[in-house]
Design a protein around this ligand. Structure first.
Ligand SMILES: Cc1cc2nc3c(=O)[nH]c(=O)nc-3n(C[C@H](O)[C@H](O)[C@H](O)COP(=O)(O)OP(=O)(O)OC[C@H]3O[C@@H](n4cnc5c(N)ncnc54)[C@H](O)[C@@H]3O)c2cc1C
Length: 312
């Protein structure tokens, strides 16, 4: 059997709000643990302006995750930047292998692996990524100063992306297939009547045009005068899809959309594995920082009880 020197009672996978909160709780419960994540902050890092997290009237995603990281580290957590590429179970112990070829062992696992951006799946969508197409306004807005951009979507994320882009770009089209924007009324009120933002309802982007980079988007819109719009950038904000690889490796039960099914205590169908945050079916599917943090905390309380019972 391989050397199990790097063995922990708990490995938390994910450096987003769910994973970082879980680490804070694990430290308070004195569970020796390791936190491994590909990117600090996950999707939260992309939020330009967060106005709904208690104690923070207005804060960026980058700032809030930095605060969470500092809090976790102040309690002694060890956070590691790496990607988990494989997990196998051997004698009720999980062997976790990372992209940088590190191998760790764990008695329990917490998957706080979040979701990734959904694509429209248009021909040439991949070709134009980084050449006009972006999935993160916070990351890429600065490249579009005084330019014309479009945002696809009608959710909170799409609304806040439009508002942020309007601070930088010359003109923002927001293209939405529904007839009413969704999300927080406070954001919608800011969009309606905004000088730089034009919302085009009941419309889909059906084609992308350009040689080296994106130049035009073609709309399906029968009732709007615009059939095509010349744009410098297109920001796609049409939701997210779960990260699937690790769930599949452990044959964990999911719903039909690949979100991990968990118990009230955040335990998955695989003994010894918990899940928290955007990747799960809990919190009524309300994917927010506060719900991710809450699930991370609940999971740790249950992992603590599990380890206590196991090691009695
Ligand atoms: C533009 C935008 C604006 C938003 N605005 C708000 C807002 O105002 N208020 C609010 O409450 N919420 C907001 N959200 C939603 C919020 O960001 C998410 O609900 C939250 O980030 C979910 O946290 P999480 O920890 O579950 O997942 P994530 O934050 O996505 O973190 C997942 C973590 O898992 C890691 N990971 C994934 N796979 C692996 C692997 N194989 N190996 C290692 N690590 C892995 C990732 O690198 C990351 O560290 C916004 C989201 C976006 C995109």
């Amino acid at each position: 059997m391989a050397d199990r020197e790097n063995k922990y009672p708990l490995i938390i996978i994910g450096l987003g709000p769910a994973g970082l909160t879980a680490s804070i709780y694990a430290s308070r419960y004195q569970i020796n643990h390791l936190v491994i994540g590909q990117a600090l902050g996950g999707l939260a890092f992309e939020a330009h302006k967060i106005c709904n997290f208690p104690t923070e009237e207005e804060i960026s995603g980058g700032e809030i995750v930095e605060k969470m990281k500092k809090h976790a580290e102040s309690l002694g957590a060890f956070l590691m930047a790496d990607k988990i590429v494989n997990i196998v179970e051997e004698d009720k112990i999980f062997k976790v292998t990372t992209q940088k070829r590190n191998v760790f062992w764990a008695e329990t696992l917490l998957l706080a692996i979040g979701t990734k951006h959904r694509q429209i799946n248009l021909p040439d969508e991949n070709k134009f990524i980084g050449k006009g197409i972006s999935y993160c306004a916070t990351c890429d807005a600065m490249f579009y100063r005084d330019k014309t951009v479009a945002v696809v979507g009608g959710s909170d994320n799409a609304d806040t992306s439009s508002l942020y882009l309007a601070e930088i770009a010359k003109k923002v089209y927001q293209i939405y297939h529904g007839n009413k924007l969704r999300g927080e009324t406070a954001w919608i009120n800011q969009i309606e009547g905004h000088k730089k933002i034009e919302v085009i309802y009941n419309t889909k982007v059906i084609k992308l045009k350009g040689k080296e980079k994106l130049e035009k988007i073609i709309l399906d819109k029968p009732s709007h005068s615009l059939k095509e719009i010349a744009v410098d950038g297109l920001f796609i904000e049409i939701g997210t899809v779960p990260q699937k690889i690790l769930t599949e490796k452990l044959s964990i039960e999911t719903d039909k959309n690949s979100y991990i099914k968990v118990s009230l205590g955040q335990e998955t169908s695989h003994r010894g594995v918990w899940a928290a945050g955007d990747i799960t079916t809990t919190s009524n599917g309300f994917h927010q920082i506060i719900t991710a943090c809450s699930e991370g905390a609940i999971a740790i309380e249950n992992i603590f009880k599990f380890l206590q019972k196991k090691n009695k």
